[in-house]
Write a protein that binds this ligand. Structure first.
Ligand SMILES: [Zn+2]
Length: 246
């Protein structure tokens, strides 16, 4: 079970948390700027939506693994997708762990965003479902209840974001960014990542860092990422204007 060649690297919740923290960290850097013709004006809705999109995207590369969070999220649908993608991208921790995959997904999602508002809402819904699954919502021991809680939470969040009119012009970039964050997570847990696949199959970060779900990840990385989410939430949101007056 602990064969490093077959288990997914860093735990799902660490990857998902790194997506949340990563998005919160870049918001102040990109706020009010223009990039690739997109202008970034990120309000509370965009910050929350971006955090969850990034968290979901940070789980996507492990779709090439049978027991990964993302593969299990939507049952047969994601299991079949996993089989197709791991075949197309050369097996576990190969093509889906490359900049090629990150850019490809970013471009596809950005095209989706330009094409259809409805497609965006559906994609965001699916990605938030993956994010919540990764962050550990629901109960592991009862899969049916867990699935229902996850679906309700995902629907509530997606509808709320829709009702506040979140602008998703940044969607493709957030997806690509979340995927790249996954590579760092794998690399710091000793898992080599072939980031330049298919051009150069060298695995970067192999054998460096700390053990997957070992004491460092459990006692240092996860708490630090959690603190990062709290600090980001305090710093990024204009709380006096969000909270109702008393
Ligand atoms: Zn991975």
């Amino acid at each position: 079970m602990t064969d490093s060649a077959t288990v997914p690297a860093m735990m799902g919740h660490s990857h998902a948390l790194s997506g949340v923290v990563g998005w919160m960290a870049v918001v102040p850097l990109v706020q009010g700027t223009e990039f690739l013709g997109l202008s970034f004006h990120l309000g509370p809705g965009e910050i929350i939506a971006g955090s969850l999109v990034c968290a979901g995207a940070a789980l996507l590369p492990d779709v090439d693994h049978k027991s990964a969070t993302v593969t299990k999220t939507y049952g047969k649908a994601t299991e079949i997708l996993s089989d197709i993608l791991s075949w197309a991208f050369g097996g576990h921790r190969m093509g889906t762990h490359s900049f090629f995959f990150a850019v490809l997904m970013g471009v596809v999602v950005q095209a989706l965003a330009l094409w259809s508002e409805l497609a965006v809402q559906i994609f965001v819904f699916l990605l938030i479902g993956i994010a919540l699954q990764g962050l550990g919502f629901g109960m592991d021991k009862n899969r049916t209840a867990s699935g229902i809680i996850n679906a309700l939470g995902t629907a509530a969040i997606t509808l709320t974001l829709y009702s506040v009119g979140v602008n998703y012009t940044w969607l493709g970039l957030a997806v690509a960014f979340g995927i790249v964050l996954h590579f760092f997570g794998d690399m710091i847990t000793k898992m080599g990542v072939p980031i330049f696949w298919p051009f150069w199959k060298k695995r970067f970060g192999q054998g460096q860092g700390f053990a997957t779900n070992g004491p460092v990840e459990q006692k240092v990385v996860t708490p630090l990422l959690t603190i990062g989410v709290i600090i980001g939430s305090i710093y990024l949101f204009d709380w006096p204007n969000i909270l109702p007056d008393h």
